[in-house]
Ligand binder design. Structure first.
Ligand code: CLF
Ligand code: SF4
Length: 288
């Protein structure tokens, strides 16, 4: 897409609308360290300030600090119009998430609120998200078939019980699909992110795209695996395979191809994350 086309959309969402990604910015508030599942590709242990990948943050902040960060960020980058919570754990596994979203909604009613989740707790928190007028939601779904899901998730911790294997994968998938269906019906824009894991879930992408079409999901974002954690041994996704799979899914649901797989404390426009987040994180308060 030509830059001039991109800059035409001043009101869209930088991740959902390709023509808004270089004209509208977002800020992630890293207030959510805990998670309730274990994806085998997830690593939240290291922070390198030059590293851009999901799960990375320079520090965890609390809701008051998050609000302060938004105040500062929109002075430094007035094109920020989306406030998102994307980890570094699962936002819905952290009580600070709803508290922070409510505070941001009250002080910045003009901001679009966004949340990214694994979806395990989506059915039980959906009414709360509707009540704070959440604008957009991303759910990461990597498998429909529980046999495939069992190869991707080490465990799911649900209501105090740890589940493994296909039981875990079934629980996660069922909650994801129920939550997505209800979110769409409630008028929230929904995107599904899927991590493409070579040799494990390529064949899941088309059935997933077909399911998402039936659920009226807005867009699908197939992201290449970053080989790390339990999947360090896997090879990176060949670009041609990534492209082919997107093309196979495109007849069913619009595909996002400008995702930056950004950090849990990313800030600014998608295309110049590093410069902006460094400036803003430097000026924010550290939790002792
Ligand atoms: Fe953040 Fe995610 Fe909202 Fe965007 S990111 S919570 S939908 S405001 Fe965007 Fe970053 Fe890709 Fe996510 S580029 S990783 S798709
Ligand atoms: Fe990591 Fe997110 Fe998976 Fe939790 S849901 S294990 S934070 S990738």
């Amino acid at each position: 897409m030509e830059k001039s086309d991109c800059q035409k959309n001043q009101y869209g969402h930088p991740c959902f609308d390709a023509d808004a990604h270089c004209s509208v910015g977002r800020i992630h508030l890293p207030i959510a360290p805990a998670c309730n599942i274990k994806c085998k590709y997830c690593s939240r242990k290291h922070d390198c300030a030059n590293e851009n990948r999901p799960g990375v943050t320079t520090k965890i902040i609390n809701p008051d600090e998050a609000l302060e960060r938004v105040r500062l960020a929109i002075i430094l980058e007035p094109r920020i119009r989306v406030v998102g919570i994307a980890g570094p754990g699962d936002p819905l596994a952290n009580a600070a998430t709803l508290e922070t979203l409510k505070m941001v909604r009250a002080e910045f009613p003009q901001m679009s609120l966004c949340l990214s989740t694994n979806g395990l707790l989506l059915p039980e928190y959906l009414d709360d998200l509707v009540n704070i007028d959440l604008d957009s939601l991303t759910v990461t779904v990597n498998a429909i078939d529980e046999k495939v899901g069992a190869q991707i998730y080490s465990f799911v911790l649900y209501h105090g019980v740890t589940q493994y294997g296909e039981d875990a994968a079934c629980r996660l998938r069922d909650n994801q699909l129920e939550g997505i269906a209800r979110a769409v019906k409630a008028g929230i824009r929904v995107k599904v992110n899927s991590v493409l894991i070579p040799g494990i879930n390529e064949t899941e992408m088309v059935p997933l795209a077909q399911t998402l079409k039936q659920l009226n999901v807005s867009v699908m974002n197939i992201m290449p695996l970053i080989p790390q954690a339990d999947f360090t041994y896997l090879a990176p996704v060949p670009q041609h395979l990534h492209q082919e799979i997107r093309e196979q899914c495109a007849p069913y649901i619009n595909q996002v191809s400008h995702c930056k797989q950004c950090r849990a404390d990313a800030c600014g426009l998608l295309d110049n994350v590093k410069k902006d987040f460094k400036e803003i994180c430097k000026k924010s308060v550290t939790i002792p």
